[in-house]
Design a protein around this ligand. Structure first.
Ligand SMILES: [Zn+2]
Ligand SMILES: [Zn+2]
Length: 162
């Protein structure tokens, strides 16, 4: 029995805290997971990041963005944020077909439930992870199990809605 996720009507809308940056997601997100790495803890100023993959071609944005660059294991991660209020909107790698949306910036976050957790070895000690939840101590070798679990969760949510 997977956790049902009830996807709201598309497009999804979101934006930064001051409202100068707004965006829309016109397609079904590919996955949502929580990242407990220290980079996410720092850039969110919180306990973990909420990473939602969406197709770049299904993501549209209005407003100006500032940018950060950080090396990663396969190249470089770019962070895109509102220069007025500082809220991080998404991460990407140059040329990638997907972007990683910071899901806490969605207008409606009430339906979000993660498919799993990554970088659990640096999670906060009070953060308990259920035995049935997907998790990886660091960067997983493949995200395919997370994408598959997310598809099952969406399917379960769609059935429950009828
Ligand atoms: Zn802003
Ligand atoms: Zn992270």
């Amino acid at each position: 029995m997977v956790q049902p996720v009830r996807l709201p009507a598309l497009p999804l809308h979101g934006g930064c805290q001051c409202g100068k940056v707004r965006y829309a997601v016109s397609g079904v997100p590919l996955v949502l997971y929580l990242c407990h790495c220290t980079e996410c803890q720092r850039h969110t100023a919180s306990a973990f990041g909420q990473s939602m993959w969406v197709r770049r071609e299904e993501f549209s944005l209005s407003g100006e963005l500032g940018h950060t660059r950080r090396p990663n294991s396969s190249g470089e991660t770019h962070g895109h944020f509102c220069p007025s209020c500082g809220v991080r909107i998404f991460h990407d790698e140059p040329g990638s077909e997907e972007i990683t949306l910071k899901a806490g910036t969605l207008d409606d976050t009430s339906w979000l439930f993660p498919a799993g957790h990554i970088w659990t070895r640096s999670r906060q000690p009070w953060m308990t992870i259920g035995a049935s939840e997907l998790s990886a101590p660091a960067e997983p070798e493949s995200f395919e199990p997370y994408l598959a679990r997310w598809r099952d969760m969406l399917e379960a949510g769609a059935v429950a809605k009828m």
